[in-house]
Design a binder for this molecule. Structure first.
Ligand code: SF4
Ligand code: SF4
Length: 110
């Protein structure tokens, strides 16, 4: 599991397990709101309807409206570095936990 000594090198999966595994949907939303100021989605050409609920897709998952991919700013986001995210276009592909396969593991173990 991720800890302070290995944090910079730890994978998203290890960090997720240390920080977020087992969180309720409401807590996940609260955690997304806390990093909203760092999220680049509201400045992204793909995200045409900027707003508080249309960001932090890496945590909250894909947008329920069809978005046309016009570029992704996630690689330039502090959350990508902090959480060792390795994907892009979360607004169309789904959340990092879905893309990592961890969500399926969590669902199976319920
Ligand atoms: S997830 Fe990437 S492509 Fe989608 S709105 Fe955010 S920065 Fe843009
Ligand atoms: S990685 Fe992308 S979706 Fe996640 S907070 Fe940063 S810009 Fe937003």
């Amino acid at each position: 599991m991720a800890d302070i000594e290995t944090w910079t090198k730890d994978s998203f999966e290890a960090k997720y397990k240390a920080l977020m595994a087992g969180m309720s949907e409401a807590d996940m939303k609260k955690s997304a709101v806390q990093v909203l100021h760092l999220c680049r989605c509201n400045k992204c050409p793909t995200n045409t309807e900027a707003g508080e609920t249309t960001a932090v897709y890496c945590t909250l998952g894909r947008a329920d409206r069809g978005l046309e991919r016009k570029g992704c700013l996630c690689s330039d986001c502090a959350i990508t570095r902090t959480m060792s995210l390795r994907w892009d276009y979360y607004c169309t592909k789904g959340s990092a936990v879905e893309l990592s396969g961890l969500k399926a593991v969590e669902t199976e173990s319920v």
